[in-house]
Design a protein around this ligand. Sequence first.
Ligand code: SF4
Length: 224
Amino acid sequence: MRESPIYDITPFTMLDYPDSLAAIAWFAGCNMRCGYCYNPHIVLGEGRIATEKLLEFLRKRKDKLEAVVLSGGECTNFAAIGELCAEIKKIGYKVKIDTNGSRPERLSALIAAKAIDYVALDFKAPREKFREIAGADFYDQTLQSLRLLIASEIPFEARTTIHSALLTPADISRIAEVLCSEGYKNNYCLQNFVAAKKTLGNLGKPAEKFNLAAVSSPIKVVLR
Ligand code: SF4
């Protein structure tokens, strides 16, 4: 693994891995183009940190951290992600991936190899709005990733970023319905749009607040 797929490393977070102190590796590049993305520099940028550097950093921090989050960008775009997860687990860390669900074949390999311990799966939009929201139509792949995770024993969460100009309560209700009909039993997590200085689609703060009370869902919806 001589490549440098990582854009940056956050050395410490208490927020990104449930109940564990973690570091985050931000992978450069993404195969989606969500207008609300607040990491355009990572999505459009080049990787500059080698995987060996990340492993070196993790070996040094072993007594301070418990977990590693592979985020981005889209970490499953990195072809050697399975090898990397295996190396991270060898050091003794739990591994979480944040994924947009577009590469079910890589996710499947990670699950089969027991290379990951937790997954946050973005469910960007209902089918008819997927391309508009994500800039690419990966709805079927997202659904396939959801099914793989439901069939696995790996703890995971499905989540959607909300911006009232993009997704309506009816859209969220439709996603919740799909999640439920596929057998998803965990909380459905909604994340408010982060009004960053620069987003991929130059989206500003929504004019109206998202009306959470209008969401009708057969599963529990939590707002973060
Ligand atoms: S928000 Fe969209 S564009 Fe940004 S990293 Fe996630 S999937 Fe890629």
